[in-house]
Design a protein around this ligand. Structure first.
Ligand SMILES: *Cc1c(COP(=O)(O)O)cnc(C)c1O
Length: 419
């Protein structure tokens, strides 16, 4: 295995290359192969950016056709046919069936650019500077998104001050008995609280990087009510939990939320191609033409693949398959929790955005290494990196899912035997 180019020339900042020491070449569905031809089941899926698997033929075929046709690839925010086709498919297959009528802002291509745009708009709309954000939140690596992220390591990054954020406890933080929604309601309504009214509350319905902490429908509904009562905008960062990850297209459908602003990225293109949008309740869309911009807002190849992805959600067979996979995954995880009670503390997450909270960080590191040796890519998350993140493609076949879980099971078994 030749990794000289990386070790000699790539910055020390590289991370996944260290934790998965192989050189990858090919991928299809939930399987990825290294240069030596070894297959791995992929439960990492580009940290949630490959929900539809690698090279999904339904998504890649139109992209290939588009590429050979001398079509537009980059267009800033000019009108192109590919962009029109995407908008129409997104409205028809995603927004309309769910009763949504959002305006679509095409932001820069990364998730953090969508969050920055969302917070800038909320601040402009309300004339307020603060944003309320949660413990263990993760919103991206640019300054505004870092400010609202929870982890010490990310907040301190860059060495400049982070202003205009009010940190509040997420659902069930610090424990089940504390009612954080009630606390937020109180401080926003009490002129003596010392807490200024924010422009927005930004939240993830499941905190992926924060350790797969899951907000309940009741808590989310209450936060939405509080936002409306106090005239604060609700921004849902659905960058990782959205685009199908929980089994629904949006992660907040189960709670019947209607957020003011929704940010999507990661799996939005369906192909791994960078693409982000901000969904805006029409009354809030007070941008002046050109007021917010970005060079790569017109990645037409992403429009083509994203359109194919959207159409899949109008296919009953597809949604039924995703539902079945969700049930299978949850059943597998329940079995693992019951089998390894000394090592696994609890199941976390929801739908296909699942995790196993373990009792030992070092143990999770060893499970990761053994799993990799046996052909499974899997990641950990949480402030103590003691949560195994189980993110198969939502289109994974039963055989691939069973195989990936079997590898995880035997890595956990090895760990249990050592304890
Ligand atoms: C990945 C992620 C981001 C940041 O997206 P980038 O494309 O890395 O900028 C923001 N929020 C959440 C919830 C994420 O998972």
């Amino acid at each position: 295995m030749n990794t000289d180019a990386f070790t000699a020339h790539e910055s020390n900042v590289r991370r996944y290359g260290r934790s998965f020491p192989a050189v990858f070449t090919k991928a299809r569905g939930a399987t990825i192969w290294d240069e030596a031809g070894n297959p791995y089941i992929d439960f990492l899926v580009g940290s949630g950016a490959l929900n539809y698997g690698h090279n999904n033929p339904d998504i890649i075929a139109p992209a290939i056709e588009y590429l050979v046709g001398e079509n537009i690839l980059l267009s800033l925010d000019m009108y192109t046919a590919a962009k029109r086709d995407f908008i129409e498919a997104f409205v028809e297959s995603i927004l309309k069936p769910r009763g949504f009528s959002y305006k679509i802002q095409f932001s820069g291509p990364t998730g953090t650019s969508a969050n920055e745009a969302a917070m800038a708009l909320a601040r402009k709309y309300t004339g307020r500077s603060n944003v309320m954000a949660f413990t263990n939140a993760f919103h991206g690596m640019s300054l505004g998104s870092l400010a609202v992220s929870g982890a010490e390591s990310t907040r301190e990054l860059g060495g400049v001050a982070r202003h205009d954020v009010i940190r509040v406890p997420y659902d069930s933080y610090p424990n089940q008995t504390f009612d954080s929604a009630n606390y937020i309601d109180c401080v926003l309504g009490d002129p003596g609280s010392g807490i200024e009214k924010p422009a927005a509350i930004i939240l993830e319905t499941i905190q992926a990087e924060g350790g797969l902490n899951t907000a309940s429908a009741a808590w989310l509904t209450e936060i939405q009510r509080i936002c409306r009562t106090h005239g604060v905008l609700l921004i849902v960062d659905d960058i990782q939990a959205g685009a199908g990850r929980t089994g629904d297209f949006f992660s907040f459908e189960f709670a019947k939320l209607k957020p003011d602003i929704v940010c999507l990225s990661k799996s939005l293109s369906g192909s791994g191609s960078p693409f982000s949008i901000v969904l805006i309740r029409p009354e809030i869309d007070i941008w002046k033409p050109g007021e917010h911009s970005g060079t790569f807002r017109g990645n037409n190849l992403a429009f083509v693949t994203a359109r194919a992805m959207c159409k899949m959600w109008s296919d009953r067979q597809f949604t039924a398959d995703v539902e079945r996979t969700t049930v299978n995954l949850q059943r597998h995880l329940d079995r693992l929790v019951a089998k390894f009670p000394k090592f696994i503390e609890q199941k976390r997450g929801r739908g296909l955005m699942a995790g196993l909270k373990c009792r030992s960080q070092a143990g999770v590191g060893r499970v990761h290494d053994v799993a990799f040796e046996n052909g499974l890519l899997i990641e950990s998350s949480g402030p103590n990196r003691d949560v195994i993140k189980v993110l198969p493609p939502i289109t994974i076949t039963n055989d691939e899912l069973d195989h990936g879980i079997a590898i995880l099971d035997s890595a956990l078994q090895e760990q249990a035997d050592d304890d």
